[in-house]
Structure formats: structure tokens, C-alpha cells
Design a protein around this ligand. Structure first.
Ligand code: AMP
Ligand code: ZN
Length: 483
């Protein structure tokens, strides 16, 4: 089956044809975090879906260039810095760093570029784009000195969200100064300085002020990826007005179709409601790690449902993720033992196929792909139970797993296995993910010479039935009999 995606713009599944099919290059732009607080795991559902997209395209031989912006100036960041009584840059920096830590814990590939909205080069680009929009009659400066996009002059406005403009009415929440707008749906490109902005301001042909959120993305996307982009992603809440506005601004300036494929993921829910800062029903990554779950368990839990289906976050769901991963770990340990046993006389009739990749070709159908993985595990385990899996086949399944795992990116406790010492024998045994994570944290503590933490972690491992010894070759784990 050809690779295909559901395009929000057409509301249809479309075969994927990038701009440069011969070079197999794909450009992706994703709306990144607004760094006014630590991102919550709902946000990470979006970033994990985008990571899955990138990894699958790479598995299929595409060279992906991904840009993820950082929104480091907007109402929320300015308010946060004012309340903390520190400069905006200092305020946002801590959340930027936390974001980088979190994506590492979740095995999300670092995008090639992370442009920040406050970088002067992008501010200049925003100003240039706004000037062009004004010269074309697509924007105007209102009495409040802010500059707005004139949506009535852009006939395609509303097409992405499938919105009828005449239905657009005041929500009653517009700021008083927005009554200067010609149409209730006109959005700010440049916000004139007001007292609440304090020190945060840039000079522009329209006076001191700061950019609107939407123009930030149009400027960074076109500056780094050119006038046309293959894929643009985000969560469904970004469709309107943010992405609709990005289209209007970018196409208003370039006259060219901005994005070929718009992909949006459904929300992570809590009790049927969107997980969000404003509802207060959110967990950050450290919140979930503190409950004893590992980064890869969280990654798996957020990834396992098709990206267009809403996903309810529950602790039972986290436990299911843990069990699923334990199943994979046990299977891999058995395959390794079988591969090492050199039983070449037996032949199994199970062959490695392409069903996993093909499921992902179909609009990233991860549920079907994982279904196939677990069916494979069931069948190969059965063959191993009967002693019917020869070592060559076990090796092919291990190689197949490498391919599958280049997309799933679930680094098992596998790396630790080699140093495992069970009852004096060096053997592959299953290390539960929780134990592997404690050993990993202890490794970090030792490297940082934090011996107190390292001792605490050793005690924690002991309490769970695992002895740890420090040797020249690294930590050695021994499972106590009966543990
Ligand atoms: P924000 O920092 O609010 O702009 O959000 C960053 C990204 O996370 C955007 O792509 C949002 O669409 C996405 N997002 C926010 N909340 C959720 C949620 N509960 N589930 C999935 N994605 C979300
Ligand atoms: Zn954006």
C-alpha cells in the first residue's frame, strides 16, 4: 500500500507525495511549546505523534528535516515573567531546558532546528511579512495602533477549519482594544505596546510592540523551510485559529500554497476532558515519573492509540503499558537465548514480513502495527515453547525488532543485560523496566558523583530484591533467589 495520510485540509486520506519525490526529502514544521510553564503529558502526546511520523518516514527512506518553534513571547510568558519579577528571557529559559530534558526522557528525536520567536532575525522577518500584507490590502493598522489581518480579503480563510465566517461571532472575551477591528475574526499581527508588556517590546514601522502568536510561526516556517512545506502538524486545538491564520499570512505574502499535508492529533483526555493547564487536570512528566513509571512506559502509553483517536489518560493505562513492555522484554530475552543456542537443524515456517510498516503506511495506524507485533510475539513464543524456532529464525526476528524499534524507540533494559549476573552465571534474564530505570538513574548519579543519591538508589534496588555491585565494567545486578 502507498504511504497515505489524513489531510485536515481536504478531510481525506491522501497518498503522500512530497515536493521532492526524487530526493526523498521531507520538510516538517511543528508548532512547539509555549515556554511559560513545564509542558504536560497532553502536549507530549502531540510531540510523540510527530516523532512517530518522522521515524516512520525515515524507516521508509525519506530524509526528514524538522523544525519546531519555541514560543517565548506571548501574553502568558510576559505575565509569568512579570509575576516572577525576572526578565522574560530568564523566565522562559528554565522551561526551555525542562522541555529539552523531557523530550530526551521520552526518546523524542530532537528536531533539526528549534527557532525562538524572540530571535531578532525572525522578528525582522515578521515585520517584513506584515509590511507586505499591508501593502497588499490584507492587513491594516487600527486606532489602537495594533496591526490586524483583514480576513474578509482572504477568500480561503476558514477552509482548513471548514468554518463559515459569517458564523464567527464575539465570544464576549475580546479585549476592549479589539473593538477597533473591522471584523471580529481579524487577528493581531503586531500588538501595540501596553503597560503590561513592561520591557518586552521591539521597534517597528507601526510603533513599539510585539508580534502576534500566529505570525511567529509563519515567519519561522518560511524563513527556515521556504515558501512551501510538505507537512505541518499540531494538536487539533491548533487548527483554528492558529493554523488557519498561518495559511492566510504565509499565502498572503508568497501567493503559493503553504502546506501540502496538514496532520493533527486528537487530544489526551482526563475523564473525557482535554488535559490542559487551564482546567488544572494535567500531569507533567516528572509527576508521572515520581509515581514510579519510566520514560519509555510513558512514551508507549501515549503512543499506542491511533493519533486521530482521543486517548484517555488513566493509571490503569500506565500499568497496561508496563505489562506490554514486560512482554516485549521477555520475548527479546527468549529470542536471544534461542539465537545463542545454535539449534540450526530445526526450521520454523514463520517469516519476517512487512506488515508492521504497512500498517504505519496507512495513516500511521499504530494500533494495527502493535497488534501485529503482539501477534508475532504470541506465535514465536509458541514456536519456542515447542522447541521449533531455530537460531537463524530467532536472529531474523531480533533483526526485525531492530527495524520495528527504530520507529517505536523503546530502549529496553537490553543494554544492561550483558552485565547481568544471576547465580554466578552470565545469562540473559528479564530485567523489569522499573529496575532498569533505577539502574540507569544510579549510573547518572555516579557519573555526577552524587554518592548519596547513588546509595539511596542501591537501597531502593535492594528493597525490590536486586543486589547491585560496582565493578570496573560498570554496575552488576544480581537477582536474589525468590525475588
Ligand atoms: P501549547 O504549548 O498549548 O501551544 O501546546 C503545544 C502542543 O500541544 C500543540 O500542538 C497543542 O495542540 C498540543 N496539545 C495541547 N494540549 C493537548 C492535549 N491535551 N492532547 C494532545 N495535544 C495537546
Ligand atoms: Zn504554530
Amino acid at each position: 500500500m502507498a504511504l497515505r495520510f489524513f489531510n485536515t485540509y481536504s478531510r481525506q486520506l491522501e497518498n503522500f507525495e512530497p515536493r521532492d519525490p526524487a530526493g526523498r526529502k521531507v520538510d516538517i514544521y511543528t508548532c512547539g511549546p509555549t515556554v511559560y510553564s513545564r509542558a504536560h503529558i497532553g502536549n507530549f502526546r502531540a510531540y510523540i505523534f510527530e516523532d512517530l511520523l518522522q521515524r516512520h518516514l525515515e524507516l521508509r527512506g525519506y530524509k526528514v528535516h524538522r523544525v519546531m518553534n519555541i514560543t517565548d513571547v506571548d501574553d502568558k510568558t510576559i505575565r509569568g515573567a512579570r509575576e516572577a519579577k525576572i526578565p522574560l528571557r530568564k523566565f522562559t529559559e528554565q522551561f526551555k531546558q525542562a522541555f529539552f530534558e523531557d523530550i530526551e526522557t521520552l526518546q523524542i528525536k530532537r528536531p533539526n532546528e528549534f527557532p525562538a520567536a524572540t530571535d531578532q532575525r525572525y522578528i525582522d522577518r515578521m515585520i517584513e511579512m506584515i509590511a507586505t500584507l499591508i501593502s497588499r490590502g490584507l492587513a491594516y493598522q487600527a486606532e489602537d495602533k495594533s496591526v490586524y489581518f483583514r480576513i474578509n480579503k482572504f477568500p480561503d480563510y476558514g477552509k482548513l477549519a471548514h468554518f463559515d465566517l459569517t458564523q464567527l461571532q464575539s465570544t464576549g472575551r475580546v479585549k476592549h482594544d479589539e473593538y477597533d477591528k473591522e471584523h471580529i475574526g481579524d487577528f493581531a499581527l503586531w500588538k501595540a505596546w501596553d503597560e503590561e508588556d513592561g520591557e518586552v517590546a521591539w521597534e517597528s514601522p507601526w510603533g513599539r510592540g510585539r508580534p502576534g502568536w500566529h505570525i511567529e510561526c509563519s515567519a519561522m516556517a518560511t524563513a527556515l523551510l521556504g515558501e512551501q512545506i510538505d507537512i505541518h502538524c499540531g494538536g487539533v486545538d491548533n487548527i483554528f485559529p492558529h493554523h488557519e491564520a498561518e495559511i492566510a499570512q504565509s499565502e498572503g505574502v508568497t501567493g503559493k500554497k503553504f502546506v501540502r499535508y496538514w496532520l493533527h492529533c486528537a487530544h489526551l483526555l482526563v475523564d473525557g476532558q482535554k488535559m490542559s493547564k487551564s482546567l488544572g487536570n494535567f500531569y507533567t512528566l516528572p509527576d508521572v515519573l515520581e509515581k514510579g513509571y519510566t520514560g519509555r512506559e510513558i512514551r508507549y502509553a501515549l503512543m499506542r492509540v491511533h493519533y486521530r483517536a482521543p486517548l484517555n489518560f488513566t493509571w490503569e493505562g500506565m500499568d497496561e503499558a508496563r505489562q506490554a513492555l514486560a512482554r516485549i522484554d521477555e520475548w527479546l530475552a527468549r529470542l536471544r537465548e534461542t539465537a545463542a543456542a545454535k539449534t540450526d537443524t530445526l526450521k520454523s515456517d514463520m517469516h519476517v514480513g512487512e506488515q508492521f510498516e504497512e500498517a504505519l503506511d496507512d495513516d500511521l495506524n499504530i494500533s494495527a502495527a502493535l497488534g501485529f507485533l503482539f501477534e508475532t510475539i504470541r506465535q514465536t513464543n509458541r514456536a519456542m515453547d515447542r522447541g521449533e524456532l531455530d537460531s537463524a529464525s530467532a536472529n531474523s526476528w531480533l533483526n526485525w525488532w531492530e527495524r520495528v524499534n527504530s520507529v517505536l524507540s523503546l530502549p529496553a533494559g537490553a543494554q544492561l543485560r550483558a552485565s547481568l549476573d544471576v547465580r554466578g552465571e552470565l545469562r540473559a534474564v528479564h530485567i523489569p523496566a522499573e529496575i532498569a530505570e533505577l539502574v540507569r538513574q544510579r549510573e547518572e548519579a555516579r557519573l555526577a558523583k552524587d554518592f548519596r543519591k547513588s546509595d539511596e538508589l542501591r537501597n531502593g534496588l535492594n528493597a525490590r530484591g536486586w543486589e547491585v555491585r560496582d565493578t570496573e565494567g560498570g554496575q552488576k545486578l544480581t537477582r536474589r533467589a525468590g525475588a
